[in-house]
Design a protein around this ligand. Structure first.
Ligand code: NOJ
Length: 550
């Protein structure tokens, strides 16, 4: 018998969040792009999935140069996605099904179509409206060189020139000018945006580029600007790196635009606002910091509520690596008392089945990792389509949309492969997503078997597994707190490819990430299997299999 702790009272600490990329979820008006009414139409699907909350990627007016992360007006709905009435209807529809709604906020930058930027561009050099951005004179005799050597996350210089010869900073695409967060208008406007959506009933915010808002206002050159950008490459998060070698991510410390100490004051202001609302609202930061423990500062008690722990998106599929990574996350979150967040994929990453090798093996492995992630203490984030076991789609070059593809002159294909519209019905046009002649991104021709309608009627499908897992995980988390957790792996003579842990008396998890079947007899303790993927004969757990017991 283990000591049971009191279950966590707040809704968000151990919630499951389902990320909706609105453009690719469901198209209600057959224009080839998803919309808010499409999400409402699929509310029963979301309820049946058993999630606690949805996180909506941006649906704000936008030229969609960066999939909506280029916001022209943060307090409106893009007509392509609907209008504010649709948004209100979406909130009430989802709330009536006990699903919370979290929306993306994009504070680091706006679109070139934003009123402020248009005003700054139309105003003469030196006009106060330009101070809301980072607009500077260039270097060289005629100012034709950028103000410094900073580079964009998406490739190329981080500066683009205005018609009058000055330059503006954009850490991402040239259509996404960075805001100057030392300007009081910018701070006030950020709070106004939060208030606007809070008053419409949203339950929380996902904060885009939360670690990037403050810049070195001396605009000094950096000794290795490309290294600052490369430091966010997922392969550099390789947990297998030799710790005695210099870590290329070290460069982030004290850098000119990421993870600067001043940024935290912004979130203290945001938290004061969020705390005035009841029931409790939450926020989650996208913050790539080094070391990972530093990312936790964004989730201190007086700042945001969670930070994404992206570790599972890079962990090699090996038991020791998974255990080490998960323990590091748990150690890090305990520094600030925040819950862990487990992420297998999102709209910026490869889909998890693809990352794990694709095909039947990739799928089997993704199911095992999902059963581990959904059982660990804390919150879990699911990217739409992950529950269907989708793989990245091949996108013809002519159809690509991601600015990364364009800014790297085709060297980096970008993220479109993970963003393809969802397949709902095997027999429907565009798999039931839309009746438009052409979709904004094409779907593969071989998705019939992964469609929702096929999977929901098939025992053992990916979708069935996710539904069971999400419902059962809620039951487990109602019984126990995040503190109810212990590794079992060192108990008994088991193979090192086993990951095993308990959540109090509510759940035991045993997963075999190895190539051989393994006897897990010593870990069973008479408990009964209530969920599994792969093969288990009562004693031996096959390769790429996982069981939940109680
Ligand atoms: C992170 C978002 O997730 C990504 O999609 C976007 O391109 C950048 N931030 C810039 O907003």
């Amino acid at each position: 018998m283990t000591q049971a702790h009191t279950p966590d009272q707040v809704w968000w600490r151990q919630a499951s969040f389902y990320q909706i990329y609105p453009r690719s979820f469901m198209d209600s008006n057959d224009d080839g792009e998803g919309d808010l009414a499409g999400i409402i139409a699929k509310a029963d699907y979301l309820a049946a999935l058993g999630i606690d909350a949805v996180w909506l990627s941006p649906f704000y007016p936008s030229p969609l140069a960066d999939g909506g992360y280029d916001v022209a007006n943060p307090r409106e709905v893009d007509p392509r996605f609907g209008n504010l009435d649709d948004f209100d209807a979406l909130i009430s529809t989802l709330h009536s099904r006990d699903i919370k709604v979290v929306v993306d906020v994009v504070p680091n930058h706006v679109s070139v179509e934003h009123e402020w930027f248009k005003q700054a561009v139309a105003s003469p050099t030196g006009h106060p409206s330009r101070e809301r951005f980072h607009i500077r004179d260039g270097r060289g005799v005629d100012g034709s060189l950028p103000p410094n050597n900073w580079v964009s996350v998406f490739g190329g210089s981080a500066w683009s020139r205005l018609a009058d010869g000055q330059w503006f900073l954009h850490l991402f695409d040239s259509s996404q000018p960075d805001l100057n967060w030392t300007h009081p208008d910018v701070v006030a406007d950020g709070l106004e945006t939060l208030t606007f959506w809070l008053d419409r009933g949203v339950d929380g915010f996902r904060v885009d580029v939360a670690f990037g808002l403050m810049k070195d206002m001396t605009y000094a050159d950096h000794h290795d600007p490309q290294a600052l950008i490369d430091a966010m490459r997922l392969d550099l998060f390789d947990p297998e790196r030799d710790p005695s070698l210099p870590n290329p991510r070290e460069v982030l410390r004290g850098g000119p635009f990421f993870d600067r100490d001043e940024v935290h004051e912004i979130y203290r202001g945001w938290r004061r606002l969020l705390d005035t609302y009841s029931p409790e609202r939450m926020s989650v930061a996208e913050a790539w910091a080094y070391p990972a423990s530093r990312a936790m500062d964004y989730a201190r008690a007086d700042e945001l509520h969670q930070v994404f722990n992206f570790d599972f998106m890079v962990t090699p599929y090996r038991a020791d690596a998974v255990i080490k990574n998960a323990q590091e996350v748990l150690d890090n979150v305990s520094l600030v008392g925040a819950p862990a967040t487990w992420v297998l994929s999102n709209h910026d990453s490869a889909r998890v089945v693809t990352r794990l090798g694709g095909g039947a093996r990739g799928a089997a492995r993704a199911r095992v990792l999902a059963m581990i992630a959904h059982a660990l203490p804390g919150g879990v984030y699911i990217f739409q389509g992950e529950e269907l076991g989708l793989e990245d789609a091949e996108i013809p070059d002519a159809d690509r949309q991601d600015p990364i593809w364009f800014r790297t002159q085709g060297q980096d294909p970008g993220r479109d492969g993970a963003r393809v519209p969802l397949p709902w019905e095997a027999a429907g046009e565009h798999y039931g997503f839309s009746k438009a002649a052409k979709l904004w991104l094409p779907q593969p021709g071989d998705w019939h078997e992964v469609c929702v309608d096929v999977q929901e009627n098939r025992d053992g499908s990916f979708l069935s597994l996710y539904r069971s897992m999400l419902t059962l995980r809620s039951e487990v988390n109602r019984e126990c707190s995040e503190k109810d957790f212990a590794w079992l792996t060192e108990v008994g003579a088991v193979d090192s490819e086993i990951v095993a842990f308990t959540r109090g008396d509510a759940l035991t998890v045993i997963a075999n990430l190895g190539r051989q079947s393994v006897s897990v007899k010593d870990l069973l303790w008479g408990k009964q299997v209530f969920l599994m993927t792969g093969t288990f004969d009562g004693e031996h757990l096959a390769s790429d299999s996982c069981i939940w017991l109680r």
